[in-house]
Design a protein. Structure first.
Length: 203
């Protein structure tokens, strides 16, 4: 029973981390001149949000028997946030393409932007928290295992996002002299992720 619970949590963590993985690749491609300290804040932020959202959902689920209201607009929130960031990246990249100095203007690291990405990619994790009660059914100390579960999810997201960031940085080297091209590609991908979340939420 316990190994089944752990396996379910791991699979949930991997599934939830996929959006963060894709966004991390985009960040690695477009952010230039990041120190290792700044770079690690990207997967760390995603990991923290993916851990915090389920535990919030878990305690909300304990307080209410059924949560339906948020389900009607959570995908819209994620879509709007990612579309805004992606649209800004495309606009900035296109603007630089029109200038003769685009090679000298790589995209700067922005922690507030990373925070917004963390929120947008972790909203669906809130609903994992709602289902933790049923997922942990049969476990002796449900609350303790809820915290262990979200810690596992957070660590999985951090590792997968770190891998995505490294991939993005590597791919971004191909665009070193055309930073704006990488920024446009990253923006399109972010909007695509937002559309995927929106379509899945509407279906």
């Amino acid at each position: 029973m316990l190994w089944g619970v752990i396996l379910s949590v791991i699979l949930s963590g991997v599934s939830l981390a996929m959006d963060a993985f894709a966004v991390s690749i985009c960040d690695g491609m477009v952010y230039r001149g990041m120190s290792k300290g700044k770079a690690v804040t990207i997967p760390l932020t995603f990991g923290v949000f993916q851990a915090v959202m389920p535990i919030i959902g878990f305690y909300i689920g304990m307080a209410f028997n059924q949560i339906d209201a948020f389900d009607t607009f959570d995908h819209w929130i994620a879509f709007i946030l990612l579309a805004f960031i992606g649209g800004k990246m495309i606009f900035d990249g296109a603007k630089e393409l029109r200038s003769q100095e685009e090679e000298l203007k790589p995209k700067r690291y922005s922690f507030p932007e990373v925070l917004v990405q963390g929120v947008a990619t972790s909203i669906d994790a809130l609903f994992v928290g709602f289902s933790l009660h049923s997922m942990l059914e049969g476990v002796s100390d449900v609350q303790a295992w809820a915290w262990i579960s979200v810690a596992i999810i957070g660590v999985i997201t951090f590792v997968i996002s770190l891998i995505g960031l490294v991939i993005g940085v590597t791919v971004g080297q191909l665009f070193r002299k055309r930073a704006s091209v990488a920024e446009i590609v990253g923006g399109v991908v972010l909007i695509g992720i937002g559309l995927k979340i929106l379509i899945e939420g509407l279906l």
